[in-house]
Write a protein that binds this ligand. Structure first.
Ligand code: IMP
Length: 367
């Protein structure tokens, strides 16, 4: 994911895929216009890359010129097409190909086409690298299309968002900002249960470090055996082991709309490592949402869970109290890390499960 100005974009078409669309366009035009000595008229600013690549694939004589037009502000059409300076070529009795980077509603191209018809060309052809057929609503026939795309705002390969992104060799499509949330709270606060509900509700990927460790332990991996020795004593697994594992988990779902981190980070060092990991992917933590639950309620809940979960660390009250006190000593201070960035949101974690989900949702909606 990349950020351009205030919006987020994700990869959409690779440079190779764009080249294939150019080849497609060039093939059709070569087939139709050999011997016509056409004038390729690029519509600025967006079409400069298309024109450069397309004309290099045109194997016959041709001329090249440009015209400036604008109908977009930000990510939507203004509905008004403004045209720039007049033409510097004589179009009369010539075969003219208007070259667009992208045709959306078709307003720009049809306004231009009407205007250029007044110059009495022999033929006026329309070529666009990309067309959004779902929103194209003009009578005018588009003669050549490199590739149809869905109705999403794209940027790159000449196309811009607020004048940025034109230089990108690939095409990117607008996307929501990733919702990456740290779900926080002492052992027994209900993070796992709530994370399962919230991940479905918000379409997020839930990464529970505890679950990943238990999976590794069950399968006797090297990492699992190492982690087990710490977990059984109610201690934390060392940062480097946890971070390595987490990175692998995040990379398993590159298309995720966001992650709920549950059981991670637990220390400032881990939080910094997580920030670096997310920054390398063009995203960040939106907030830490913490379930606040009284100690005695936690002990009671964990003893209850230990009866059927079979988790060694839930069965014994001494171990439970140790885990809670490790949490307050080592983990709870992490709250300050996020609070300092105005990213801490506390939620009352006592009550009916549905009510707690509602309270958490209220915070999730804000992020
Ligand atoms: P139309 O007049 O609605 O067909 O829009 C055509 C012009 O709007 C194009 O030449 C672009 O300048 C701009 N445009 C339309 N869709 C996009 C997009 O997805 N990304 C960037 N610019 C676009």
């Amino acid at each position: 994911m990349i950020k351009i100005d205030d919006l987020y974009f994700k990869p959409f078409l690779s440079a190779q895929e764009i080249a294939a669309a150019i080849d497609n366009l060039a093939y059709q035009i070569n087939r139709d216009l050999a011997g016509e000595n056409p004038i390729f008229l690029g519509i600025l600013n967006g079409s400069f890359m298309v024109l450069a690549d397309l004309t290099r694939k045109f194997s016959h004589d041709c001329e090249v010129s440009f015209l400036k037009a604008k109908s977009y502000e930000g990510t939507s059409s203004t509905g008004v097409v403004s045209l720039g300076d007049e033409l510097d070529v004589n179009l009369k009795d010539r075969t003219v190909v208007i070259v667009e980077d992208i045709v959306d509603s078709g307003l720009t191209i049809s306004t231009l086409s009407r205007k250029l018809q007044q110059h009495q060309p022999k033929e006026l052809k329309i070529a666009t690298l990309f067309l959004k057929p779902e929103v194209y609503n003009q009578e005018l026939k588009i003669d050549y299309v490199g590739k149809n795309i869905e109705d999403k705002f794209v940027v790159g390969y000449g196309m811009d968002y607020n004048n940025l992104g034109r230089n990108l060799p690939e095409l990117y499509v607008q996307t929501e900002r990733m919702k990456n949330i740290v779900l926080f709270g002492p052992p027994g606060a209900g993070k796992g249960t709530q994370a399962t509900r919230l991940k479905d509700k918000y379409g997020l990927v839930h990464i529970s470090t505890g679950d990943v460790f238990r999976y590794n332990i069950k399968n006797g991996t090297e990492l699992g055996t190492l982690a087990k020795s710490y977990m059984d004593k109610g201690n934390l697994v060392p940062d480097e082991v946890t971070i390595k594992m987490l990175k692998a988990e995040v990379e398993k779902t590159p298309d995720a709309e966001g992650f709920i981190f549950d059981g991670f980070p637990r220390t400032d060092a881990q939080a910094k490592a997580l920030d670096e990991l997310l920054a390398s992917k063009g995203t960040e933590i939106a907030g830490m949402v913490a379930l606040e639950v009284d100690d005695e309620v936690l002990v009671e809940r964990l003893l209850e869970r230990g009866k059927d979960s079979g988790r060694a660390d839930d069965a014994n009250e001494g171990v439970i109290r140790d885990r809670i006190s490790v949490y307050y000593k080592q983990t709870a201070p992490l709250k300050n890390y996020y609070a300092a960035q105005n990213k801490y949101y506390g939620v009352d974690g006592v009550g009916e499960m549905d009510a707690i989900t509602e309270r958490l949702s209220t915070e999730f909606d804000k992020l």
